[in-house]
Design a protein around this ligand. Sequence first.
Ligand SMILES: [Zn+2]
Length: 485
Amino acid sequence: MGDAKHQSQKGHKLHLNKNLTILDSYRHELSGARLILACNEEHDESLFIIAWVAPWQKTIKNYNSFKSELAALTAFSRDKATQPPITTEIARDWQHSKVSNWEQKFVDKNDAKLSIQQIENVIRLISKDFNLPHEIKLQHSKNLKANIATYDHKIRTITFGNISRLGDILHEMSHCIDADINGNNQGNWSDHGPSFMRTYLVLLDKYKHWDTLKYLENSARKAGVRIAAASSLPHLPEPEVIHSPHDHPHSLAVKTKLHLERDLTILKEIQHECSGARLIAAKINDGALDSTSGYIVEWIAPWQKTISSNHLLLDESYALRIFQEKEQKGVPFMPSLCRDWQRKKVKDWKKKAENKQSPDLTTEEIKNIVEKLSHDFGLAAAPTVEINKKIECGVCYNEAEQKIELTRPRLDHLLQGLAFHFDAFVNNNMNGHWADHNPGFVRTLLKLIELTEPERNCAALEKDASDTGIMIAPQSILPCPHVTP
Ligand SMILES: [Zn+2]
């Protein structure tokens, strides 16, 4: 202040269209708020008005007025370099319901629930990729139903309810990043404002590329959601590269999205049998990229049709060397691999595979089966088995406690619980590294049925599974069990 011609007015309401002529305006992309320089034709005393206006506002009460145009212009260019003030108008969460409606229609509605381990893995991966300054804590709340997950920045904690899908976790992580990196850290502007939306789209594109970014962004815009320009987000890290282009003149850090069949010719591939993931080295077909061409080497999940690659390799021999390196390192943690893509098919098939004639087992019988099979599969210790009538689905497996819970002591459910246990400790699908109902799980379950119920026709069961399109790992993934009599 201190400017004699400059006085702040509060309380006298001005309508943006009716009372004011906008002379100039500047948009703060992250919040969507506009700084306006306007002329108030009705008042003799205060001709020029400067105010920050939230996107939903039609009238303003807080503004600065100037008699001199020059003073107003000076203040306007000075304020342009700042952020909007923290006011209830700017902080109002004006597009929350639009974002939710769009989300329900277009994001993740058919995906399977993630396990706690998988949620933790996703959070750890994003925190690392975005170099977040604080650890994000996770808590589970059974009471959270309508809201699938929430994020509290003060305690840096994501609370999730009974169903959490990848999209829900990416939504909450977008709040973390919006606070920690975009600077929306004290409710400076809307929780679901343009900066949140752009961040959310970046995460959806990077970690959950079911749909193309273009499709998601267009659908959101059509739903009336405002999205900040990508260039306005501060310090978004470059996509992860295995080597910096500086070290290796044979590669470029370019973000590309390629269709497996249309855009690529595969040179070499291997399959990780248990998870079904494939490592491919491929040449990018001529014309698939605008101005350049080259090779990519990427791990892909079995259901994927397109690949998001961050790393374009410029010659074939270098690509094959990277292939070897990636093969040696093994399957990385990828959110796309957590997608439980054959869950429904396997669940339907499991029901058919169940043997309803099987009588309830005694505690002694359970103990014998579990110990014998654990030994046959080469494990030093056996998991514990408990009967818990509250379990809804018949069988529940807890990896951290190595515990199988059964509603009733049925053999078929016990074998399913053991298949989950062996999938973790024999096939190495630990900590939710890949999908629960993966090809290795199916093979393990088939093997367990074969070993414990020799009277059943396992070949027919297997044929039934593969006829319905279920991917089954080969026999060779399992240690050849030295069957004890
Ligand atoms: Zn939210």
